[in-house]
Design a protein around this ligand. Sequence first.
Ligand SMILES: Cc1cc2nc3c(=O)[nH]c(=O)nc-3n(C[C@H](O)[C@H](O)[C@H](O)COP(=O)(O)OP(=O)(O)OC[C@H]3O[C@@H](n4cnc5c(N)ncnc54)[C@H](O)[C@@H]3O)c2cc1C
Length: 375
Amino acid sequence: MSLGLSADVIVVGAGIVGAAVAWAAADEGLDVLIVSDGPPGDGATAAGMGHLVVLDDDPAELALSHYSMGLWRAYTGDVRAQYHGCGTLWIANDEGEVRLLAAKQSRLAQAGVASQWLASDEVARAEPALRPGLAAGLCVGSDAAVYAPAVAADLVARACRERGARLLMPARVGKLRPRGVTLDNGTALHAAAVVVAAGLASRALLPELPFVPRKGHLAITERAPAAALSHQVVEVGYGASAHGSDDSVAFNVQPRPTGQLLIGSCRQVNRDDHEIDAAMLGRLMAHALRVLPALASARVLRAWTGVRPGTPDGRPYIGRWPALDGVWIAAGHEGLGVTTALGTARLVIDPLLGRATAIDASPFDPARVLIEVPA
Ligand SMILES: Cc1cc2nc3c(=O)[nH]c(=O)nc-3n(C[C@H](O)[C@H](O)[C@H](O)COP(=O)(O)OP(=O)(O)OC[C@H]3O[C@@H](n4cnc5c(N)ncnc54)[C@H](O)[C@@H]3O)c2cc1C
């Protein structure tokens, strides 16, 4: 069946990545059709922390997150997004971690990201609720946080209201075709370009693309004045935790504008279910309590899980998919998809319009999975 629906660009998925791509395309004057099986901002986007953070563990990740942060700073319009310039305070527990912190500062500086070194007593003054005796801290004041589902909803609403994009929802893409898609109900849609931004569900549409799901638990407290923080506080060991191949827990706590604390973060590798795992949640909370003892007096209102759409090499897939004419991919952003959504959108839309990209897009080229590595 064909409804004769066509567009310049079909975006599959309305999570933060699809929403950002749809907005960028519509803002360029392209005729955009967004197809989503759930409401904008659903999926991993609804489950995450919304920390906008420059990560430096991989040069490509550093370039994309830094580029995206510049785009985020220009995006502060919608109050529902709760854009919150809390910065990140990276903390070191011991001398070994102080060395990691110093290396982080140097990598960030080379990329042009300013940070401020805090000695042990300065960490205590900056965040008195943290446990005494932390070895050092590094404050990246330009990092921030948003309420990601609201941003995704806002981007889609603005693309439709202000730029004439159309949203087809609930509608599930069952199959990709050259320059088009077929919905589960058999409807065929046509476009010059199809951008697959379906998060982890992209693997059902493109089985050749390997994904590594990483399940995470989060918990949110009531308003917690005794444990109040003014920065998002993250252990410097978070990077190893985020990229490792084993289950892991790292201190990562975000003060919400409401006065609540959002407690992360943990990873269970190759898990894509949504069950609460009491043991993992217990590990997460016990670890958070060690670093932020005043949490003991705060009531946890809710705990939930989400699945990060990871890839084997830790880099998202962004760019043209050479195996299918007119198909592009923007998926696999693991735990950094909110931060990098706006930069990702530019890395798709600029080449689609025949323009050069502002940063090197080759590390994210999905075609890398088609290259056979000799045994
Ligand atoms: C616990 C946790 C904490 C996180 N913390 C952070 C953080 O602090 N900072 C950060 O930057 N990132 C964070 N992330 C990562 C971030 O949330 C994800 O990288 C990001 O949300 C991925 O967005 P997406 O749009 O690619 O996918 P999703 O948000 O999963 O959206 C996919 C969309 O595609 C739709 N869809 C799927 N299949 C189809 C289909 N066949 N047809 C039509 N539509 C379809 C879905 O309905 C959904 O709308 C976290 C993630 C988790 C789980």
